[in-house]
Design a protein around this ligand. Sequence first.
Ligand code: GDP
Ligand code: MG
Length: 162
Amino acid sequence: PQPVLAVVGRPNVGKSTLVNRILGRREAVVQDTPGVTRDRVAYDALWNGRRFTVVDTGGWEPDASGLQAAVAAQAELAMSTADAILLVVDATVGATGTDDAVAKVLRRSKRPVLVAANKVDSERAMAEVAALWGLGLGEPFPVSALHGRGSGDLLDAILEAL
Ligand code: GDP
Ligand code: MG
């Protein structure tokens, strides 16, 4: 069985876009409307000759009222089923209360947790990345899932964690 990477985070931070970037193909459903990913979906990925499974956990994206609890539950499930977890944060927004809540859950993880600071489309956006050390999950990896910026370094780190 191949190792499993679970991708977690709030709606609309770019989880599905990043999953597609990791896959190198457009399979996960991306939408401008939050909460569109209906199910937890697993995909086969290949990087540097190694195969692994990527799980896009958008299936727990709830309405705004239950958001924090639902994203925390998403993280709990990821911790019990995945070999490594990728928390995606929108660097252009910074860490929200929901991001802090999910990070608190993930800090208990026995499995490695990586933080992707997404939507860093330009050098200018790099200024917001360092603040995400505050999540307490180590070095934030700046990426632009949309344009591919930083995705090679992130994938190298993912393979090291798996
Ligand atoms: P999810 O709900 O976390 O799965 O987020 P999606 O992947 O569906 O993306 C939500 C929105 O963010 C879409 O409009 C994406 O095009 C946009 N998005 C995702 N990644 C990036 C990025 O790196 N840069 C920018 N500017 N937009 C992004
Ligand atoms: Mg999604």
